[in-house]
Design a binder for this molecule. Structure first.
Ligand SMILES: O=P(O)(O)OC[C@H]1O[C@@H](O)[C@H](O)[C@@H](O)[C@@H]1O
Length: 253
């Protein structure tokens, strides 16, 4: 069988590795701590950072964009600061850096796990000669891929570090996916995006990818559909490997 597509670009956290939960827990720890401080200092009643807040304002976005977007939702206006700000400084960057400290601690102590169905599909696609890319907002992408020993399968990695170097827009803009395609020598029309975040499926749709495949890990099938996913599954095992993926791609043309 000759596949109808020639490349697949995967998101990392929540698609390849189970690290979306690690990110979300680190965000909660940081934001709840900050909101409690504000209650003490300014008398603002504490309202916790919820999973809904994570999905709506933070998931999939570059680190500081996530901070800014959540704070805006609570009408909290603080200076942006700069990436060198000490963790915990009351700036967007300082708060993002604080969250990153928490994330890195967990990664160091507990490592990361893959979703077995994604790891199997990656291996099958790789063996079949499909070009593979990873497009992640995370600056920890390389460390996470190395922790699960999957770096070798990817011909392109466009992550938070590469995006900053190249000045690319973060999700929901399609830049990091289209850049990964370009590095792989492919085009969006001949490629598939695999994503679990609303901002990520929006990026796939905006970039006119041949197929934007959503993975609803958080019971959010409808949200992913509404925001641009052509097909939504709860786990990639429902796809039935390369043959199944090829069928979905064909049906979507
Ligand atoms: O702070 P990092 O590791 O650069 O990651 C930025 C974002 O990366 C995304 O992949 C995660 O979905 C977000 O939760 C995270 O905030």
């Amino acid at each position: 069988m000759k596949p109808e597509f020639d490349s697949v670009v995967f998101d990392l956290d929540g698609v390849i590795t189970k690290t979306a939960k690690t990110h979300s827990a680190a965000w909660k720890k940081m934001f709840d701590g900050y909101l409690k401080e504000r209650e003490k200092k300014h008398g603002e009643p504490f309202k916790e950072f919820t999973q809904k807040d994570y999905l709506e304002y933070v998931d999939g976005k570059p680190r500081y964009d996530g901070v800014a977007s959540f704070l805006q939702s609570r009408n909290i206006d603080i200076p942006w600061g700069s990436p060198g700000d000490a963790p915990g400084k009351e700036t967007v960057c300082g708060m993002g850096n604080q969250k990153n400290k928490a994330f890195m601690e967990v990664l160091k102590n507990e490592g990361a796990d893959t979703y077995p169905s994604t790891a199997e599909l990656i291996e099958e696609l790789f063996r079949a000669g499909i070009k593979l890319g990873v497009a992640s907002s995370s600056k920890n992408c390389k460390a996470v891929l190395q922790a699960v020993d999957l770096e070798k399968y990817f011909g392109a990695r466009v992550d938070g570090v590469v995006s900053a170097e190249l000045g690319l827009n973060g999700k929901p803009e399609p830049d990091i996916f289209t850049k990964a395609c370009e590095i792989l020598g492919s085009t969006p029309e001949n490629s598939i995006v695999v994503e679990d975040a609303v901002s990520g499926v929006q990026a796939g749709a905006k970039g006119n990818f041949g197929l934007t495949l959503g993975i609803a890990r958080k019971d959010n099938t409808e949200d992913l559909r509404k925001n641009g996913a052509d097909v939504v599954v709860e786990d990639l095992e429902e796809i039935h490997g390369l043959a199944g993926l090829n069928k979905l791609f064909k049906e979507n043309q």
